[in-house]
Design a protein around this ligand. Structure first.
Ligand SMILES: *[C@@H]1O[C@H](CO)[C@@H](O)[C@H](O)[C@H]1NC(C)=O
Length: 224
């Protein structure tokens, strides 16, 4: 007679063979335009080590499910430890700066991102691998160059959302999601760009699902 445990054992092996992996399906790699963070009514604070470059910065690398929801805070037993990423700190300060107030050295931003999002990818990458992966993606994806090649520059002018998306698609090969926020006068502007990355964190893919949110058809690209 077949026992229940062997029945579940077979199911488990079938799940492994069919490629089911625990945790998440793909990543959103989210880049942020600092000018749009700073010109809102609440403003921003530069890091203690100085004004970040006039370029997109990393917000995070976020595991997501194909159904649109996402896992969070997956492993409280593996909290952020800055000692594990000492060799990356100087690059993180430039490429992953915090603009939150009060001014900080950005460490608490990286800590939040690892604890909330990074721990959900630890079956694939450890803490050092997670931050290294995000930096590698950032150096491969030059959003500002893609936009400027299409005549779209951070000069406080308004640009068509369709043209912004198609300029980024020309650069990356895939349609991005654009998240808008509002400046102090209430104008929609280019705030964050979502690029979809496969489960391994290496290959750009078409987004299985897009986030939602309001944005104008013509949006501001503020200076920084
Ligand atoms: C989305 O998919 C995940 C993983 O399969 C599941 O745990 C979660 O409950 C689903 N959420 C919704 C809203 O369907």
């Amino acid at each position: 007679m077949r026992s229940p445990s062997s029945f579940f054992g077979v199911l488990f092996i079938l799940a492994l063979i069919s490629g089911v992996h625990a945790g998440y399906d793909f990543f959103y790699f989210v880049l942020q335009w600092p000018g749009s963070y700073c010109d809102t009514s609440s403003g921003c604070c530069y890091p203690t080590y100085g004004k970040p470059p006039s370029n997109f910065g990393i917000h995070g690398l976020w595991p997501n499910y194909n159904n649109g929801s996402y896992p969070a805070n997956c492993d409280p037993n593996n909290p952020f430890d800055v000692n594990k990423i000492q060799d990356l700190v100087s690059s993180l300060r430039t490429n992953w700066p915090s603009l939150a107030c009060p001014s900080s050295d950005s460490t608490s931003f990286w800590q939040h991102e690892w604890d909330k999002h990074g721990t959900c990818s630890e079956s694939v990458m450890d803490e050092h691998g997670y931050f290294q992966d995000a930096l590698n993606l950032k150096s491969r994806i030059n959003l500002l160059q893609y936009l400027q090649s299409a005549g779209i520059s951070p000069n406080n002018a308004f640009y068509s959302l369709t043209n912004i998306k198609s300029a980024i698609k020309t650069g990356t090969g895939h349609t991005p999601w654009i998240e808008c926020n509002k400046d102090a006068s209430g104008n929609y502007q280019l705030y964050q760009v979502y690029i979809c990355i496969d489960h391994a964190g290496t290959t750009l893919i078409d987004c299985p699902v897009f986030p939602t949110g309001a944005c104008g058809s013509s949006i501001k690209f503020p200076t920084f």
